[in-house]
Design a protein around this ligand. Structure first.
Ligand code: SME
Length: 158
């Protein structure tokens, strides 16, 4: 890819459509997972200005904070706890329009209002972590985000 991302679209869907080929080109030239996760966080933060974008990876039966962009965050999340732990337990994407209405939500930042958490699978289809994106706006995520974010995860965890 070029030296920097070029995103000129204004709608969310069009931004993803511009971002995805550029991100694919960036990720497919590198095999290191940490490097690729770090660039995914930066690209999503830069393109959408999400409040917080980051990875949690399963280590010793806990989710442990990985590469992220945004304010400092809680380091460890137990199975079934918070939105991230619940997404791990249920092995499914959770879209939370209002985090205050999600029982057990872990408020790393009081400014976070809505979020999406997507489980990450390895090539054997075993869950190895989650991608967590938070917004300071209510109801900020929908199935469009889920679809495009899953495509992006495929570039790294294939
Ligand atoms: N929102 C998460 C905790 C992680 S922070 O938002 C970065 C949750 O309830 O799982």
């Amino acid at each position: 890819m070029a030296d920097e991302l070029k995103i000129i679209a204004t709608t969310k869907e069009d931004k993803y459509k511009e971002l995805i080929p550029q991100l694919k080109a960036l990720l497919e030239t590198e095999e290191d997972l940490i490097a690729n996760m770090a660039n995914v966080c930066a690209a999503l933060k830069q393109s959408f200005n999400f409040w917080w974008v980051g990875f949690y990876l399963i280590k010793n039966n806990q989710l442990v904070l990985g590469p992220f962009q945004g304010p400092v965050a809680c380091t460890r999340i137990n199975y079934g706890k918070g939105v991230c732990g619940k997404s791990w337990e249920l092995n499914k994407t959770l879209i939370v329009p209002n985090v205050d209405e999600f029982e057990g939500h872990i408020a790393c930042s009081s400014l976070s209002k809505s979020e999406i958490v997507i489980p990450i699978k390895d090539k054997n289809n075993t869950i190895i972590g989650v991608l967590d994106i938070d917004s300071e706006f209510l109801n900020h995520f929908n199935e469009t985000d889920e679809m495009f974010l899953k495509q992006i995860l495929q570039f790294i965890f294939k």
